[in-house]
Design a protein around this ligand. Structure first.
Ligand code: ADP
Ligand code: MG
Length: 240
């Protein structure tokens, strides 16, 4: 589904990603773990061109998105993103947040988009909030709306950048439950998270990033019981 070859990203003289190469299969659930500032967000943002790689290649389903002629709009339709701070449209209702892109970008009829939107809200347990505005929702509810919004475009890949980091502890679980149910649907998921329990239970793979390098690429069982690098060992000792 995703192939990354020698990806480098610099901001000015600061090299943030240093030669990342990896492949992610269709349906894989991959968590990206690593210290703050290690380049996790930058890596995710490169995958849907929110950041333009300095060099290297990224392919999504055999389409080279780093090609100058790539159709960014099409790529973003196929690669959804969920952010730490939700980024909902404040002046739109919950349902309008979800139907906006399918209608505007995909040319879906309002009726079809509303119907699909309500089904998605059922899935994330928020059908009763369809006509509320985001500021009337809890953080956990906002994030579930953001997930439903990402799903509305029928992406094959969803990128999650610390989706539970801004939530009060009691709301983390409801969002992780929605993500776990998604993991079973065959959609490809990349998740930057500090939720080690989620990584252990729901992920197929862990990428450990340190200073812009993938230091470990392992199953959760391998990573959490027998990390290979001193940096991962040190990181896990602090986390667990
Ligand atoms: P992480 O998500 O792992 O915490 P980031 O990818 O956000 O790390 O950031 C990695 C490094 O890149 C940090 O040193 C950060 O300050 C820097 N960085 C990120 N985005 C930008 C930007 N737009 N301009 C300049 N520096 C940036
Ligand atoms: Mg980050």
């Amino acid at each position: 589904m995703i192939k990354v070859e020698h990806l480098n990203k610099s901001f000015g003289s600061l090299q943030v990603l240093k030669g990342i190469s990896t492949e992610i299969k269709k349906g894989e659930v991959v968590t990206i773990i690593g210290p703050s500032g290690s380049g996790k967000s930058t890596f995710l943002r490169c995958l849907n061109l929110l950041e333009v790689p300095t060099d290297g290649k990224i392919f999504i389903k055999d389409v080279e998105i780093t090609d100058k002629k790539a159709n960014i709009k099409k790529i973003r339709e196929n690669v959804g993103m969920v952010f730490q701070h939700f980024h909902l449209f404040p002046h739109k209702t919950v349902l309008q947040n979800i139907t906006y892109a399918p209608v505007k970008v995909n040319g879906m009829t309002k009726e079809a988009a509303d119907k699909a939107g309500m089904e998605l809200l059922e899935k994330v347990g928020l059908a009763n909030k369809a006509n509320e505005y985001p500021n009337r929702l809890s953080g956990g509810q906002k994030q579930r709306v953001a997930i439903a919004r990402a799903l509305a475009m029928n992406p094959e890949v969803i990128l999650f950048d610390e989706p539970t980091s801004a939530l009060d502890p009691e709301m983390v679980k409801e969002v992780l439950e929605v993500m776990k149910s998604l993991a079973d649907t065959g959609i490809t998921m990349l998740i930057v998270t500090h939720e080690m329990g989620f990584a252990k239970e729901a992920a197929d793979r862990v990428l450990f990033l340190d200073q812009g390098i993938v230091v470990e690429d392992a199953t959760p069982a391998q990573f959490f019981t027998n990390p290979q690098s001193p940096r991962a060992k040190e990181f896990l000792e602090k986390m667990l």
